[in-house]
Ligand binder design. Structure first.
Ligand code: KG4
Ligand code: ZN
Length: 365
């Protein structure tokens, strides 16, 4: 038996203000007692992207409400917590500061220990919260702000095998939707159109497949799409519904193919060190895409690896993952002081070279 621990988590690194309570009981089972997320989509929709200053102000306004709601939903008080975990980066600096300041205030007022958490570590440890999988496992983060392959060996031990050198895949879906006049967020809209489209009609490139590494690139797909759209429009004087569906299907198939092939390569590297009981997990909004998910599942089963996709509410930005990552750090003896810094950039793997890509929601790694 281990000591039962209950943590409050705070998240405010992008455009979701979130608080959650997570408990790990003596038998090791972790449970999300509450998870509150206030999205900011409407605040930013007129601007076509997240406006950092608006985001920071909204976080500062909403965080204490989120904390109250999370404690109420868990039917607990601050005095029932063992520690307070907060995203200390990477992300939009104003939002990260809002969260860190709120957590410091709560820690100072209650005397509870403060734990700074890397947002990406929160995503990367989620399969342990939801499925209790053992280390090491392979993680693919695919969202509007992130895209990377990580071997996760411990709560603070990550090796990045590769990542995007430009756009994140969710960002590419969102831009594609914008180019075709579809609503935001673009991923679900493009997926829906793609269902009735012919993925073979337009020949989209498969970027970086000629290179043997696990790096990816998505910005060229959007440029290709724009050219194809303009060509069809010039020939026919406009796009039909079928043209749009075919463009979406071709684009989605290209993203899925690239992710599948790079995942095959990442699995091969991972299997060299972990041939027994391999597990591959995905997180991020793009993991909701049924075509991409199905292809990744096939790739994993061909490689003899277990495939884990946490429920969507825990795949996208939330504070339960921050509370859980903080809980693992706390168990390992980590404690932060009032000098905990907010870090806009904070790569999980400090040894691998910095990536060029940042994602639509700010520098992520
Ligand atoms: O993880 P997430 O909620 O937020 C961050 O980016 O941090 O991911 C949102 C992204 C958006 O770009 C959205 O278009 C994409 O995930 N997305 C999808 C789907 N659902 C959401 N992309 C492709 N297919 C989907 N079904
Ligand atoms: Zn995230």
């Amino acid at each position: 038996m281990i000591q039962s621990l209950t943590l409050l988590g705070l998240e405010s690194s992008c455009d979701d203000t979130a608080a959650a309570v997570v408990r790990q009981s003596g038998n090791g089972a972790a449970e999300v007692l509450s998870s509150i997320v206030f999205g900011q989509t409407e605040l930013h929709s007129a601007f076509g992207g997240v406006v950092p200053e608006i985001a920071a102000r909204a976080h500062a306004e909403k965080l204490d409400h989120c904390v109250r709601d999370a404690l109420n939903a868990a039917n607990l008080k601050l005095s029932d917590m063992d520690a307070i975990a907060v995203t200390a980066g990477p992300g939009l600096i104003g939002g990260v500061i809002s969260g860190v300041m709120c957590a410091k205030g709560l820690a100072a007022a209650t005397g509870l220990p403060l734990i700074g958490v890397n947002h990406l570590a929160g995503h990367a440890l989620t399969p342990r919260l939801t499925d209790a999988i053992p280390y090491p496992y392979l993680m693919l983060l695919v969202s509007g702000g992130h895209c990377q392959y990580l071997i996760v060996r411990g709560s603070e031990d990550f090796t990045r095998l590769g990542g995007t050198i430009d756009d994140a895949p969710g960002e590419a879906f969102d831009k594609t939707a914008r180019l075709l006049g579809l609503p935001q967020p673009g991923g679900p809209a493009v997926q829906k159109e793609a269902e009735t489209g012919d993925p073979k009609r337009f020949r989209f490139p498969r970027p970086l497949l000629d290179r043997p590494d696990c790096n990816l690139s998505f910005s060229g797909l959007k440029t290709a799409l724009m050219r194809m759209r303009d060509q069809v429009a010039a020939e026919k004087g406009g796009l039909t519904r079928q043209d749009r569906a075919d463009l979406c299907a071709g684009f989605q198939a290209a993203v899925a193919d690239v992710l599948a092939e790079k995942t095959r390569r990442a699995i091969r590297i991972y299997l060299e060190e972990s041939p027994n009981g391999p597990a591959v997990a995905v997180a991020g909004g793009v993991a909701a895409n049924t075509a991409i998910r199905a292809l990744l599942e096939t790739v994993c089963s061909e490689a003899g690896a277990r495939f884990i996709a946490p429920p969507l509410a825990l795949c996208t930005d939330n504070a339960a993952m921050i509370a859980y990552a903080g809980l693992e750090r706390f168990r390992n003896g980590a404690r932060d002081g009032m000098d905990l810094a907010a870090r806009p950039r904070w790569p999980l793997d400090q040894t691998s070279p910095a990536m060029l890509g940042s994602g639509k929601k700010g520098a992520k790694a």
